[in-house]
Design a protein around this ligand. Sequence first.
Ligand code: NI
Length: 179
Amino acid sequence: MKREIALFGAQCLRQPCAPVAVVEDAIRALVADLFDSMHAATGVGLAAPQIGVLKRVCVVDVTAHQPNCRPVALINPKITGREGEQIGEEGCLSFPDLYSDVKRYAWVEVEAIGLDGQPFKTAGEGFYARALQHEIDHLDGKLFIDYLSPLKRQLMRGALKRLKKESAAQAKASAIDSI
Ligand code: NI
């Protein structure tokens, strides 16, 4: 099911997420929602806190950029290997239409639990590595704008202010919805 994606300014984007203890049906449903919401927004990754769930779960699908990297669901992911560096343009579904260059590791290896409850490893470079690092950051309440220089952040100030306003309106609307 497609869920609403929280915009910058929402508190859920700044909280550390709790590890998943057991991969049960609720977690599988969460992963399905993450994929649905990410694909609906034509994103390449989405983390549970972006739909308001403070659990260490995220999905990545960069097949449009790297067809050899299959879509992946990561539960309790940890970066276990890192090498080199890359600078490239990055965006985030919680920051519509905002992009900036971010420095990341060129290659990472990630250990996680899969939907079958079993640990697995995935590794890659380029855009896949970038997306993995970006999504895992979300689970610690870290956002791509945290990497920007003060000057670049200053240049984005107006856009960020607008997003915060929109996010406050979003929170108000969903509070009314849930009454
Ligand atoms: Ni993001």
